[in-house]
Design a protein around this ligand. Structure first.
Ligand SMILES: *[C@@H]1O[C@H](CO)[C@@H](O)[C@H](O)[C@H]1NC(C)=O
Ligand SMILES: *[C@@H]1O[C@H](CO)[C@@H](O)[C@H](O)[C@H]1NC(C)=O
Ligand SMILES: *[C@@H]1O[C@H](CO)[C@@H](O)[C@H](O)[C@H]1NC(C)=O
Ligand SMILES: *[C@@H]1O[C@H](CO)[C@@H](O)[C@H](O)[C@H]1NC(C)=O
Ligand SMILES: *[C@@H]1O[C@H](CO)[C@@H](O)[C@H](O)[C@H]1NC(C)=O
Length: 388
């Protein structure tokens, strides 16, 4: 990642002057065709079968993205090479080491797409250390809590200099879906996923909690945990996106979720952003693999929001990627009496929160369970986009 980054850094610093910061007001409502489709995954179906509909609908795209990984991962991110060498030999067996029901769900997706199990496992574990994002929990003057996020993805996989689009980012766009996870015919929780991926990066259990995961950039790449898991050196740690899905399935309160996410040992460092239905329920949990480094709660500095991108939020942000300062500025301009889907979507659609890597924005309202995801696409025609 750093090789790529440093060569681009120079260009970015040179031309940063032309990438103005925005605080837009006119992005809502997005056109109806930007709403991503919703699929239903019934937890009452056997794990091997519950993804059949999604896996069949997105078979072509899943096959395409895995072919892309296999062809390009090594040259672009040497850190991941070890995974490629394990696809046929070790990764299929990894499915059986995962906590239930995840191994069986991956087997079901493998069967439905016809792809080897090792490839489905690869697709599901490499996200552990790779997503860049902006997440935010904010409450309005009546204490109503909202949780929103941009998902930015693809920086590790190379920049197509010719048409300014990140190749993987373009491929991932076609895979975005919302999922209603149901039990006994009722919606138990909702998530935004890439089809074929079964962990959760963004999700809401209505009236209980909302969560998003942002990656915490680590020089080592965050792969030690995966190696320890695959080679059975240490399996006491949890996969960061399965932890969220477990909690969406089982947890009953915001407080229990926060303490669980504070204590669980993890495969990779990350930021967990969590919202709850009561006034004041919003936190950013900064995680190392074995411990919590910091917890920032809603209300700090008398602010009605907490924001996290991909760097420790109490430190100075890196000059080549500061989305935090412009986001805070824009939130302050809007004010606490303007915390709605409309204004939050406007913030997430403003540069640099919106950048070339941004693939979707999800908006969640805790007390009502309202949940909306829109495709995002930064277009240079409108105003120049930062490459990340
Ligand atoms: C998902 O759940 C919401 C209710 O929370 C419902 O309005 C929507 O129709 C459901 N979508 C599908 C595809 O079942
Ligand atoms: C731009 O990149 C995308 C993603 O790889 C590709 O599908 C498209 O063909 C490219 N367009 C041009 C004009 O090169
Ligand atoms: C995993 O946890 C068990 C029980 O707490 C402990 O005995 C074991 O040493 C741990 N393994 C590692 C590799 O930390
Ligand atoms: C976190 O919650 C899971 C269930 O979702 C449970 O198995 C685990 O023991 C909890 N861990 C902690 C540290 O509370
Ligand atoms: C934790 O974050 C708060 C701000 O959210 C900051 O004031 C404090 O210094 C941080 N603590 C550590 C140990 O870095």
């Amino acid at each position: 990642m750093l090789g790529n980054t440093i060569s681009l850094l120079f260009i970015v610093l040179t031309i940063q002057g032309i990438f103005g910061e925005q605080c837009l007001t006119d992005q809502w409502p997005p056109k109806p065709e930007r709403a991503v489709p919703t699929y239903v995954v019934s937890l009452d179906d056997p794990p091997m079968e519950r993804w059949n509909q999604v896996a069949t609908a997105f078979k072509t795209e899943i096959i395409d993205i895995l072919a892309f990984f296999k062809a390009f991962i090594v040259e672009i991110n040497p850190n991941l090479k070890f995974l490629l060498n394990l696809i046929d030999d070790k990764l299929p067996a990894v499915a059986d080491t995962l906590p239930a029901p995840y191994g069986d769900e991956m087997k079901g997706i493998s069967r439905a797409t016809g792809l080897p199990l090792g490839e489905i496992v690869l697709y599901n574990i490499f996200y552990e250390a790779s997503a860049l994002c902006t997440s935010m929990v904010a409450q309005n003057q009546y204490g109503n809590v909202f949780h929103v996020r941009n998902l930015d993805f693809g920086v590790f996989f190379g920049w197509d200099m010719l048409n300014n689009s990140w190749i993987l980012t373009e491929k991932l766009r076609t895979l975005i879906i919302q999922i209603n996870f149901t039990r006994n015919g009722e919606v138990l929780f909702k998530t935004t996923n890439f089809a074929g991926f079964i962990g959760v990066l963004t999700g809401l259990k209505p009236n209980v909690f909302s969560a998003s995961v942002n990656s915490r950039v680590s020089l080592q790449g965050g792969y030690e945990g995966l190696i320890e898991w695959i080679f059975n050196i240490n399996r006491n740690q949890s996969f960061i996106t399965f932890v969220i899905r477990d909690l969406l399935t089982k947890a009953e309160s915001f407080d229990s979720v926060v303490s669980n996410l504070t204590e669980t040992e993890l495969i990779a460092p990350c930021y967990y952003i969590v919202g709850g239905p009561k006034a004041g329920q919003g936190v950013v949990i900064t995680r190392d693999r074995t411990k919590t480094v910091n917890i920032t709660r809603l209300g700090k500095d008398n602010l009605w929001f907490v924001i996290e991108t991909n760097y420790d939020n109490w430190k100075k942000q890196p000059i080549f990627d500061d989305r935090l300062t412009p986001c805070i500025k824009c939130m302050k301009i809007k004010g606490q009496d303007d915390v709605t889907f409309e204004s939050l979507f406007n913030v997430l659609s403003s540069r640099p929160m919106l950048n070339t890597l941004t693939v979707y924005s999800t908006l969640m309202e805790l007390s009502t369970g309202r949940y909306e995801t829109y495709w995002q696409h930064c277009r240079d025609e409108d105003a120049p986009c930062l490459p990340w």
